[in-house]
Design a protein around this ligand. Structure first.
Ligand SMILES: O=c1ccn([C@@H]2O[C@H](COP(=O)(O)O)[C@@H](O)[C@H]2O)c(=O)[nH]1
Length: 307
């Protein structure tokens, strides 16, 4: 019996040699605009405060206004997909328009979608978010490795081919994650390491292998390490960064969740130059008329903290 070929969706072929890597684009964004990433999280209460309906149209207007305010000030935005998904297909159409605006404004977008599965299912998630020309195309997506880092192999491969990035959840900012993410791996090459440490090491090893670029180059594969945490207690040592292939860190937890941007260097040590400082509610709650100024303040704070 022959199998039908996997559908490739509305994607176009890419030449990996012609595609600058996500790590390179991220490095450029850091140099040009600093490390701040504005989260796009259209909570129902925020839509109300912004004078918008709690509908897909409201979430679209909200997202597009946030993108307009972020454009030219920061290098990155991070839409929280859950807040669009709650409106079903209309929410996805809204998100597609927000992403189109972000791309047109020269912003790198990270879909906070936290996908994870195995084999061809994992690959299909990757195709949805990382394939050039797909409706939901972004620069990077968040993924979870709780089916094993190896389960994400097809997504790593696709991201490598298309010049996209991945951020694997390693130590997340929510307090209830610690017991789980500090658990110890039972067997294999990572035996004895914490789950968080094993994810961090696996991602770092990939960046080290790919990090043949210049000193200070940034890898395309990153981890999520919450800013609310004492990362040493998760078995993660950030004291010394590698000379090339620095693993980027997506760092939620600043602002509303309590972490201070001024602590950037204490929190992330030798990796501070690769940290994406992500804030959502603390910026978005400024409202449509003051969000530009709120973002500008974060840019100054983060620039000073990063040095
Ligand atoms: O460890 C994690 C991973 C993801 N998030 C997401 O980031 C934002 C945080 O929003 P704030 O309003 O700045 O607290 C939100 O979309 C989370 O789902 C996280 O908080 N922690």
């Amino acid at each position: 019996m022959t199998h039908a070929p996997e559908p490739s969706g509305s994607t176009s072929p890419v030449d990996p040699l012609e595609t600058p890597s996500f790590g390179d684009r991220l490095g450029r964004a850091f140099d040009l605009r600093g490390p701040v990433c504005v989260g796009i999280d259209p909570h129902a209460w925020l839509l109300r405060d912004w004078g918008l309906p709690d509908t897909a149209a409201g979430a679209e207007s909200f997202g597009r206004q946030v993108v307009a305010a972020a454009a030219g000030q920061v290098g990155l935005v991070k839409p929280q997909v859950a807040f669009y998904e709650r409106f079903g297909s209309a929410g996805y159409v809204a998100l597609e328009r927000v992403l189109t605006d972000a791309r047109a404004a020269g912003l790198l977008s990270i879909a906070d979608v936290k996908r994870g599965d195995l084999g061809t299912s994992a690959e299909a998630y990757g195709q949805a978010w990382l394939s050039p020309g797909s409706a939901l195309e972004v620069d990077a997506m968040t993924v979870n490795a709780y089916m094993g880092v190896g389960s994400l192999e097809p997504v790593f491969a696709l991201a490598g081919q298309t010049g996209k990035g991945l951020f694997l959840l390693a130590a997340t900012s929510n307090p209830e994650a610690a017991a789980f993410q500090r658990a110890v791996v039972a067997e294999g090459t990572q035996a004895g390491h914490t789950v968080a440490g094993a994810v961090f090491d696996a991602v770092s090893a990939r960046n080290a292998r790919n990090g043949v670029g210049s000193t200070g180059s940034i890898g395309s594969f990153g981890v999520v390490l919450g800013a609310t945490l004492d990362l040493a207690t998760f078995g993660i040592d950030l004291a010394e960064a590698p000379a090339r292939g620095l693993t980027p860190i997506l760092a939620p937890g600043f602002g509303h969740q309590g972490a201070q941007v001024s602590d950037l260097r204490n929190l992330y040590g030798g990796y501070a130059q690769g940290v994406i400082v992500s804030e959502s509610r603390s910026v978005l709650s400024a409202g449509p008329d003051r969000i530009r100024q709120a973002i500008a303040r974060r840019v100054v704070e983060a620039g000073a903290a990063r040095g």
